[in-house]
Design a protein around this ligand. Sequence first.
Ligand code: ATP
Ligand code: MG
Length: 199
Amino acid sequence: MSDSEEKYQQRMAKKKALVDERIAQAQEERGIVILLKGNGKGKSSSALGTMARSLGYGKKCAVIQFIKGRNETGEQKFFKDHPLVDWHVMGHGFTWETQDKSQDIAAAQKAWALAEKLLQDDRYDFLLFDEMSYMFKYEYLEVEPVVQALKSRPKMQNVMITGRTMAIPLQEVADTISTVQDDKHAFRQGVKAQEGIEF
Ligand code: ATP
Ligand code: MG
């Protein structure tokens, strides 16, 4: 074996020992709260990818879309009839087009009432609250009851919440937080939003 090969092997063995040690230390088994935030593209699609991963193991999932965007999206078409997925869109829906605040608040509260129920139901393994963070930003919902419900949810239940900005109390209760950074987006180069990519 050459010198450099030997050095390489030593370095890799050291790395493996470190990784093995870390794996041995992470022994707790429980569900987690994952937040995906930031201005870049990829939050909702990543959360849905994680849901697909859970579905692969036969886990029961639910999605609540707190902001109703388009009438239909590719993900909704794909997942809504899946036997293990409950897909909910918030009421008639808060959209960027509605201008009726009291109607939006009522819809947000209805969606939260449903979310709260799911957070008490241990039949659900995976919950996605898509774009929920806007509800706190616009003060349609209070964050404290959400934090309490997250804290007292079933032990193995995993929850993902997406949205560009995330309320601080949610960040405190979360286990994993990833920020998707907007380095570049085709929209700013004048590329039209396309099915299968944007919706
Ligand atoms: P995706 O659903 O593609 O994962 P996202 O959930 O990270 O995106 P949102 O903030 O929910 O992003 O915005 C939803 C829509 O806006 C999507 O159609 C997405 O492609 C688009 N979008 C996301 N980020 C940007 C951006 N930085 N500039 C322009 N459009 C964006
Ligand atoms: Mg999104």
